[in-house]
Design a protein around this ligand. Sequence first.
Ligand code: SF4
Length: 482
Amino acid sequence: MYSSSEINIGNTFLGGNSPIRIQSMTTTKTMDTVATVNQVARLAKAGCDFVRITTQNINEANNLKDIKEGLCKIGIDIPLIADVHFNPKIAEVAAQFVDKVRINPGNYIDSQSSISEKLIPLLSVCKKHNTAIRIGVNHGSLSETILYKFGNSALGMVESLMEFVRICKNHNFNKLILSVKASNVVMIIDANKLLVKKLIGEGLNYPIHLGVTEAGSEDEGRVKSAAGIGYLLAHGIGDTIRVSLSEDPVAEIPVAKMLIDFYGKRWNIANGIPHESIRIATKYFSRKPPLVLTSGKSELADYSNHNESINVDSGKKGYEICKLVYPNLSIEELIIRATVDATILMLQNKPDGIWFENNDITTHDQNAKLSLEILQVLGLRISKTEFIACPTCGRSSIVLVNLLQEVKKHTSHIRGLKIAVMGCSVNGPGEMADADYGMVGTGNGNVDLYKGRKLIQKNIKQEQSIDALINLIKISGDWKNR
Ligand code: SF4
């Protein structure tokens, strides 16, 4: 853990050398001081470097002071970040008590006021209290003006952010950290690369926070986060990271630590994957193999024995399969490392397939499942339903983990569909942007049901919501039996 006096967060991308920090976010109600203090303490003990807390109104902004004091009483000095979306006044109150305030440009302004009008008072409060600001753009909440000018694109995200950055710079406020996040991994990678290019072009250098929004849970959530965050870290981009999982937030920390251990050395990947322990063998096939190959001996033998299969000598004419050989990694480590390495290879070298070996520590089925998961998050091979789920925060009023499990149980066989499960109707509908179907928690613990962006049914009791979802998928003609 590092202390709140060290909040002056780095200044590094492409070649800097400050350590990469881990961030997480509480899922408790912000007005529940005891529960929030306890969760922050658990996160700090797990190795989290700073914790974000949802701050929806002035009462919650004021309660951050009590949370900070509660942490001090139990000897925990960890930087806190207030997550404010809609109301600049809330940010101004919160900025007096916490180390950093996160604002979202897409939600922060309304059509009646200029950005400067809303932002300048916050800059004054932050200067007075030495508080940092994260300008955090989300793909799902770009303003109408940005959408009209730049579309729902990586460029739109970066332009939305740069409008705010330029105002801060013009007012001599430099204690900034920037983020452009989305649930689509390729979009995040493109947006962050574009952001770095833009900053360099304008002679600016601010730290960058990385994360994949609505990544979901279990292997899918880990693979999505690792692909986006790991790829960028390996390219020297990123100063703080958050792995968002729809699980207990403490589960995010070991994943974040692994990503930093393996890819946070601030090298530039241009010269290849930076691992002594990985061996990459490229095999060439004279006919197109399936996109996924795994370490199963039978499949390897099938290909090796096939008359027209391996054609190493004149390989360049064949189909290129990258085989990544790992030394006895646990399944948890393999998920992170194979995901990042394969993402780099698939996006940079563009081979026709990937193939993992892990000294028989993981089974053929585990390797195959992981390969399919990676190819799916990169949009290269769609083999199952994609789930978009938020990690929840103090805004959520549903038990999202249970609902997500139920949705997965009933719909994970419908290849090609995207189904979202989101904790609140404040940010949920915007953030699940490109899902085919969505379930969004309402204020009273019920669920609203969406088809695309269209609200179909309001306020369904949580226990009846799965049937309502299945029924909607069926009447829309998208249902498939197992
Ligand atoms: S969608 Fe709502 S509940 Fe979920 S993380 Fe975002 S703000 Fe929190």
